[in-house]
Ligand binder design. Structure first.
Ligand code: SF4
Length: 281
């Protein structure tokens, strides 16, 4: 007998996750910002990091958004294959939860219905919804408000396979350099390598959900993460682009098998306002 959930149960949970994510930067990002103070050599950079820490603490204490840009609402669900649903379609329930959260908390509504006519939908829907089927009968729901500044600077390219690891690193570094301060650093750099054009971009985003400080389990990619982090932090962009050492708090690489003729690579940035909240049902 499969476990059955009514999709309406998701609505209040997603609404609360929206509020929590927008109000509270978790310990992982706050601790990482505090630790970065030790590494920053520039006085402007250190002052900027202190302001970001104060801002995060104040937003949590007062129950207000830690950034005015409360983003596109990315919702990621890992759904156990032994779970069944009843009620309204899952996507509708996700959007109802997002609408409820943004309206109740008076969070900024940033979505336009058509990218070319630019009319605001008024309730921050639709969410960008990703789902994956996993083992078991539970569902994990992650809400990730994604600000425009960092999202706008992401990039994708299909390299020739001969470009290899050096080509990938070169693409990542050029993308970071081009982005400069527009991603609101210090940031997390998500890198997807492999798959297809769509899947590569998805794993670059998924990489941003990994806790700061956690390395890819494969030693080759773990070493590449560390090398890129060091090189990015030598570019001199610094906190909010004010100059300094701390441009990235971490680099996370995810990879996937790909076609013999392809070497896809995607970069997705997450600003210091690294917001996500998760619940498991
Ligand atoms: S990039 Fe991040 S910190 Fe900067 S304005 Fe957008 S959401 Fe806010």
């Amino acid at each position: 007998m499969p476990r059955i959930l009514d999709t309406s149960e998701l609505i209040p949970i997603i609404a609360e996750l929206v509020k929590k994510a927008c109000y509270e930067l978790d310990d992982n990002i706050m601790d990482s910002l505090r630790a970065s103070l030790e590494k920053e050599e520039s006085p402007y950079g250190r002052d900027t990091i202190r302001l970001l820490i104060d801002n995060g603490e104040y937003a949590k204490a007062e129950g207000i958004a830690c950034c005015h840009d409360t983003g596109t609402c990315v919702v990621v669900m890992e759904i156990g294959q032994e779970l069944s649903w009843r009620g309204a379609p899952l996507r509708d329930a996700v959007n109802q939860g997002v609408r409820k959260g943004y309206e109740e908390a008076y969070l900024r509504k940033s979505m336009v219905a058509d990218p070319l006519d630019r009319v605001n939908t008024g309730d921050n829907t639709p969410a960008v919804f990703h789902s994956e089927i996993v083992a078991g009968d539970r569902v994990s729901i992650t809400v990730m408000p994604k600000g425009g500044g960092s999202e706008n600077m992401g990039a994708f390219s299909t390299l020739v396979p001969a470009a290899g690891a050096e080509g990938v690193k070169d693409f990542v570094l050029k993308t970071v350099e081009y982005a400069g301060g527009k991603t609101c650093p210090p940031m997390i750099v998500g890198v997807g390598i492999g798959g297809t054009m769509d899947y590569c971009s998805w794993i670059a985003k998924k990489a941003l959900l990994r806790p700061i400080g956690e390395r890819n389990p494969k030693p080759f990619y773990a070493a590449m993460e560390e090398e890129l982090l060091e090189k990015i932090n030598r570019l001199g962009i610094g906190p909010l682009g004010m100059g300094g050492r701390v441009t990235a708090l971490d680099v996370h690489i995810e990879y996937y098998p790909c076609h013999i003729t392809s070497l896809p690579v995607a970069v997705n940035f997450q600003c210091h306002s690294n917001r996500h909240a998760r619940a498991v049902l």
